[in-house]
Design a protein around this ligand. Sequence first.
Ligand code: DOR
Ligand code: ZN
Length: 475
Amino acid sequence: MTPLHHKVDLVISGAQIVSHERIVSACVAIHGERIVAVGEPAAMPPSAHVFDASGLHLLPGAIDSHVHFRDPGYPHKETWSTGSGAAAMGGVTTVFDMPNTNPPTGTLDALALKLKAAEHSYVDFGIHGLLGDDTIDHLEALLDAGVSSFKAFVGNTFGNLPAPSDGALLEGFEKLAPLGIRTVVHAENSSIMARRQAQLIAAGRSDALAHLAARPAVCEIEAISRVSILAQWTGARLHIAHHSAADSLYLIEDAKARGVDITVETCPQYLLLNTDSMLKLGGVLRVNPPVRESRHNEPLWQALKSGVIDMIATDHAPHSIEEKTRPNIWECDCGFPGVETQMPIMLTEVNKGRASLTDYVLWSSVNPAKAWGLYGIKGLIATGAHADIAFVDLKKTGLINQSLFQTKAKISPWHGRAVHGMPVHTMVRGRFVVQNGRLLEETLGWGQNIKDVQTMPQPHPQNTEHYSSAMVKTQ
Ligand code: DOR
Ligand code: ZN
């Protein structure tokens, strides 16, 4: 950091600075990658450049805990440059990439391929390693080599990775609990879904709603219940991916009340879309877990507001147009892009009065930063933090247009949706990667692994006797 009587690189003036608590008029001074002062114009150090952001709101860049950038393995669906370019365009300054690539991120060799691909990232990133029966012996090595966290595909989805056995999950949690490392869980019950799907196919169902029929909410309820019990027993940190159902919220509330360190994300599609949208969009909206009946939408909003759900992620899951538009629902790949559209969609809800801007910052940035051990460095606009900033024009309106996406997946259930409020510039660690809605291609590769700045303190051992029984077993 630079003494304030020296010239700093940049002062941003004229904007409203947003945190999860308040919105204030202030200037932001940036030197190198960090914020060095926030305050009145008169309190700003001399600077080499001034950026006039009058009329804009400065939000800490969004942190998306859940993206699939597909590289290595499926570069026709996405690459790190297109996926992270989409993130930058969407005001997202940090992403966490999922391990269902090919090869899956469960070995050191596979991780090396992913880290190589991620050298082409515009935004900062964390890497979720794979927690499965075959990877259980490599967890510590994967952490040492650069993963930030793990993902367990308890429910099957794209990539068809086998669900970990309960035994492997327990052992994985036993290993990760003392390290404070959080595991993301895709919480659906694979065996229920496989049987249901086979029966629906045998009965000749191939319509859009058959997908939901194969994956009823009880799949999510059962899986959340099971993994939160294993997390409580071991003291492991847990993160529930893409929470989709009203019916499973009581389990999250209960687990939090029991002291389980469980964080939860939901996605715009579960808040705003439902079976009516599925009937219109068919395979384009096929996703795991499925969007459900409209009765689920409002309780998910309420859960965000009450803190039962902690954050918004996107499950950015790009596929090609051909893969998303096959006539038979069972043959449409699951998932769709989202990292580029999350912020305009959610800001539109803010403009409608559905949530406050400070709430949005809590869900998009502060809480993910806390969950992944980044808060203080990321997730806020304050002295000492990385200058990761989404410059937002709350008055700007437009229509989402999939043909203009940076992501390779130019097919989206949000296509044509009217939005009100969008990011116009994005800064990652002091450097603009998007200006005036244009991706600055010379910044390709600026993104870094967050592993170097991540701190996951050891959790308070609630169940020391359980840790030690695990140790005895593995010695
Ligand atoms: O629909 C989905 N697609 N859900 C997931 O959990 C994974 C994702 C993918 O990788 O395509
Ligand atoms: Zn996913």
